[in-house]
Design a binder for this molecule. Structure first.
Ligand code: SF4
Ligand code: MG
Length: 465
């Protein structure tokens, strides 16, 4: 998901709508904005579909007034899958002592089922099936005096991955979980302040990037400025390495590094680790493009747009059902026949999850007359589900969970298939020594199966690590 918040500007919701539009790649099912106006109080609009279709009309935007607003773009990782109910669309708003709060969450709470049971037993009435709603109920029950203190209280009970943007009547609040699994950055626009999942959404409103919110940090922003707290026991950070590979936009800066440059470096690593004699390097657009450029530069094999993407389709992976995903590949990607015919083609993609995309593309490219097809993948085999906010399917549906690299190659019927090594990926994100196996520098659970936070809800429902 993507989260965004602004304080201290006229009509903050307009900025939030623009920010969410720049974060649309992080969630396309639904979006919502909550604002606060000194006279009219909290106002909210939550809608299915794209930001551009919902938060551009005057009739919606004129109901979202005031100098303070937050927003969320959703892609379902918990709660109702496939058919998101409107009640699961964030931000969530709760009225309780001290005027209440609205909150938008990116990530996944790994003990949400246990917390929900406990809260329901103690009388909480849940409005949604979303894990994020627990935080509001925990805050409402807290005995602390101020809302930021109640939030600290609540979040100390929560396990898993969370980047949060929240607001009260006068404060904008940002938090990252102690491991800093999901991103969150701070920016400045005029006299106002901005919180955003990614820096690309600061650019769109002309905000200056100030810094990342630190893992385990809570910032409370008022008209007096930014106050920083560290409410959690300090832990060694474990940022999501897959943000570098796929999730973030290539024009964002993560951990001081350009995502684009990291992806290009992944391509260079791949070319060194898994060279092959061929005529063309083609990306599977858009997610494979920077890595394909890196592969081409390092190998000297010409880069070509052998597959053309229809710009009016969203991200395939985020289409919730299998049927739509299967259709999706053809709706979204088409082979550029004139380039491909008779050629030995290296296809570069960011990841193989279920193998749907790669299988379809291989068929399309052979139909177009390619002489050979070689897959090069910019991440290690995805053998484990993510429980921290990226919607990977159940383990059985992951190609790499049941097959070796050779078996996957045979299954996809391609001439060769190679994935970047975990060490190669770490080098590409700037860890010259590769992965520190004793204390990994990132979360890489979907590749390694080493979960930095125990997925306790999952274990309870039968998941075996
Ligand atoms: Fe990111 Fe993978 Fe960890 Fe999920 S499991 S947070 S996708 S690295
Ligand atoms: Mg892709």
């Amino acid at each position: 998901c993507g989260i965004f918040g602004v304080i201290g500007v006229d009509e903050a919701a307009n900025f939030v709508a623009l920010g969410l539009h720049a974060l649309q790649h992080r969630g396309q099912e639904a979006g919502g904005i909550v604002s606060h106006h000194p006279e009219h109080g909290f106002q909210s609009a939550r809608r299915f579909g794209y930001v551009r279709d919902n938060f551009t009309s005057q009739s919606v935007m004129e109901t979202l007034q005031g100098p303070l607003a937050i927003g969320h773009v959703r892609y379902s990782t918990t709660g109702s899958k496939g058919q998101t109910a409107i009640r699961d669309v964030q931000p969530f708003f709760g009225e309780f002592a001290m005027g209440g709060a609205a909150i938008a969450h990116n990530g996944n709470i790994t003990n949400a089922n246990a917390l929900r049971r406990e809260l329901i037993e103690r009388g909480s009435i849940f409005q949604s099936s979303s894990d994020s709603e627990c935080i509001i109920h925990l805050m409402a029950r807290s005995l602390q005096r101020t809302i930021p203190e109640r939030m600290e209280d609540a979040l100390r009970r929560v396990e898993g991955a969370f980047s949060i943007v929240a607001m009260t009547r006068t404060k904008l609040i940002g938090v990252r979980d102690p491991l800093g699994v999901r991103p969150l950055v701070l920016g400045q626009v005029g006299d106002g302040w901005v919180l955003s999942s990614e820096t690309c959404a600061l650019d769109i409103i002309g905000a200056t990037f100030i810094r990342e919110i630190a893992p385990g940090e809570m910032v409370v922003i008022t008209d007096k400025g930014v106050e920083s707290h560290f409410p959690f026991r300090p832990r060694k950070p474990r940022f999501c390495i897959f943000e570098h590979v796929y999730f973030s936009r290539p024009d964002s800066i993560l951990g001081g590094r350009s995502v684009y440059e990291t992806r290009e470096a992944i391509g260079r690593e791949l070319a060194a680790e898994a060279p092959v004699d061929a005529d063309l390097v083609c990306p599977v657009p858009d997610s494979g493009t920077p890595a394909a450029i890196g592969y081409s530069l390092a190998s000297g094999i010409p880069y070509a747009m052998g597959i053309i993407r229809n710009q009016y389709m969203g991200r395939t992976f985020i289409e919730p059902t299998e049927q739509i995903r299967n259709m999706g590949v053809r709706l979204k990607l088409n082979v550029n026949r004139a380039l491909i015919e008779g050629k030995r083609v290296i296809l570069v993609d960011d990841s193989v999850v279920r193998g749907t995309t790669s299988r379809k593309i291989k068929e399309m490219i052979l139909d177009a007359g390619a002489a050979e097809v070689h897959f090069r993948i910019a991440s290690p085999p995805t053998a484990w589900p993510c429980f921290y906010g990226v919607d990977t399917p159940q383990r059985e549906k992951l190609l790499a969970a049941t097959m070796s690299e050779e078996e996957m190659r045979d299954h996809l019927q391609v001439d060769s298939l190679r994935f970047i090594s975990l060490d190669g990926l770490y080098r590409a994100v700037g860890e010259a020594q590769g992965r520190n196996d004793k204390q990994p520098q990132y979360c890489d659970a979907c590749f390694s199966g080493e979960y930095p936070v125990e997925p306790s809800d999952q274990i309870e429902s039968g998941f075996e690590m």
